[in-house]
Design a protein around this ligand. Sequence first.
Ligand SMILES: [Zn+2]
Length: 409
Amino acid sequence: MRSLFSIVLLMVLGSALAYKSYSGYQVLKSAPLTAASMPYINRLSKHFDFWGTPGVGRPATVMVSPEQAPLVVAAFNRMRISHEVLIPDLGPEVERERLEREALEVAHSMKPREAVYDRYMSCQEIHHYMRDLSAAYPEIATGIIFANGTEGHKVKGIKISNGNVGQKALWFDCAIHAREWITPPVCLRIIDEVIADPALRDLADWYILPVANPDGYNYSITTDRFWRKTRSPNPDPDCPGTDPNRNFDFLWDAGNPTDYCSEVYPGTNAFSEPEVSGIGNFILDIADSLVLYVAIHSYGEQILYPYGHTVEPVPNVDQLIAAGTASADAIAAVAGTTYTVENSASGLYFTYGASDDFAYGRGAVQYAYTYELSGGGSAGFDPPASLIQPVVDEVWPGIKALVDYVLAN
Ligand SMILES: [Zn+2]
């Protein structure tokens, strides 16, 4: 009995000790940015962890360690950007969230496998759910392994199709940035809807990838809540990982190739990350039939369209805006949440090697978007589990409206 108690105690202590403490970390928030400040913000964002998408007219939100805080404050002061401390200490927030999540996991451990929307599912649970779907509906649901992450987690998605010949195809991926936990539930909701409704499958073939960065997602759950990148090793052992959404083979930019610690480190070369090359090459393989590419991220309540490196309008910009607006209207109709429809670079925050630009620029997919969902919790990445259902309930009609527009035009 005593030894069992010791083992349980060790497990509890072990899980707490293994989890990265954010004690002393702060979140700073600036005043809305001006165009004049954006070149500085673009540079700063290569070295510090900016949350959301900074841009003209929007505040910048940046998470800083105790060592980074004076550097960022000094930089803001030099640029005359006024700012405030949004969260004075992230430590207790992260710890409270971890305890809440673990309690919900225990409460659910006896339930059968299904997609649930009242807590965050692990990668393993999501993969089991997809495996069960392909077993239960073999005629319409097919699991697809796109790659293995460097830590061995499978990049696993699902194709849902009635098998109609010559049909158009749609693509959705979630959680390519590990910490954006609110995104996989949206992919799971799309799966649930398409499995349940044969009419949706007669519209198109659906490719859905709920966890595009499973190594990172798993690590964000077990070890470090705010992990964003992949888990591939770098020469600096203290700073593993590459930003997978800067690693696609389109206008890939080496940026700061030796700054491995950057949250937007783009990797040694385009497609250096197995997750990214697996996804990217698959998209090129189905590009002839693919009419819609959607990457789901958080946060910002934005529907972003290409390109991320320039504000020059793309040829079908009017259609991209019209389809995005139809989607935003459908989202707003549910509970009034306002998503803005914008060019990725309209806030003068520039990106290279992102997945939507790759699908549009390399794959010639006519409609390509990045959705930034609602935030929550510690001012951003950790909406409490109670927000999953409302977010999913408003975003699904937005996805449906987007699909309807794209297939009709
Ligand atoms: Zn993201």
